[in-house]
Design a protein around this ligand. Sequence first.
Ligand code: GDP
Length: 311
Amino acid sequence: MTNNYYLVLAGGVGAAKFIEGLASVIDPSFLKIVINTADDIELYGLRICPDLDIITYTLANIVDKQKGWGVQNETFNCLSILQNYYDFKWFNLGDKDLATHIFRTDLYQKGYNKTEISAVICEKLGIKSELIPMSNEEVQTFIITDSKTMHFEEYYIRYQCEPKVLDIKFQGIDEAKPVSHIFEYISGAKKVIICPSNPIVSIGTIIGLPGVKDALKKVKQKVIAISPIIEGATVKGPADKLMKCLGLEISCVGVAKYYKEIIGHFIIDNKDCKLKSEIEKLGIRTYCYDTIMDSIGKKKELAQFVKDVKI
Ligand code: GDP
């Protein structure tokens, strides 16, 4: 049975920009958003879910739009004292943001799982979309570099993606169960939309959970992805470096090849339109559009374009 809702697979910053547009062209209560949790990290005794938090703050309309993460009009008083107590100083947490992590950790300690906690936070913040952590179990992305093996957030934030990446490890992914309703949502959704997110460490972890790729393959004609790679480079973040380490071509063609079993439609940037026919040879209907979301107008236009793709 096909329903009225859209299932969205999302990472952090790139996804949040697109979802802001999507929520203005589709009733937010018809959006079910499965979010990567393999970047989740425990710091200062608190549970932090970077991707989930970015999407949550975006849909609650409190995100710091300039930075693309965190809460707007933030202060860092608590952190300034915390940094006296702890040795590490590389992860920025604002006072308002910390409130979310304190609340989340409190609910964990009371026995709530990730899905339940996300539902409570969404309700408290007035979010109408369903924000679904990809699994209630732990999956952790580790980056193996030429200096040491480190958590993805350490590689991204502390070391600014500078160390040479030798390999990527998704600890726990083979054993972790995806949230159970993801299968019902994949088969029932009007469309499945893969955000312009990091294909390896944000979308790769969701589709790497047992059973998810097979479920998507069955409905690939309604699965639409937007390329996060434009003219052979990322807009932001380390997707290019991670694709290179896995031997993938760093281009929208490389992304299309990575997704080819699970997508029927692919949106590439106008600047890459010369590569359209190469992607179509993979059996993927390909569309060119302006995918740089540097204003609310452009976010909405891209979202409307994706909404209008005929499946
Ligand atoms: P992260 O967790 O902060 O890395 O966020 P995501 O997983 O959502 O992915 C970041 C990806 O989004 C990068 O590969 C960027 O190239 C891509 N991205 C960010 N902004 C845009 C944009 O405006 N347009 C497109 N097409 N991709 C974008």
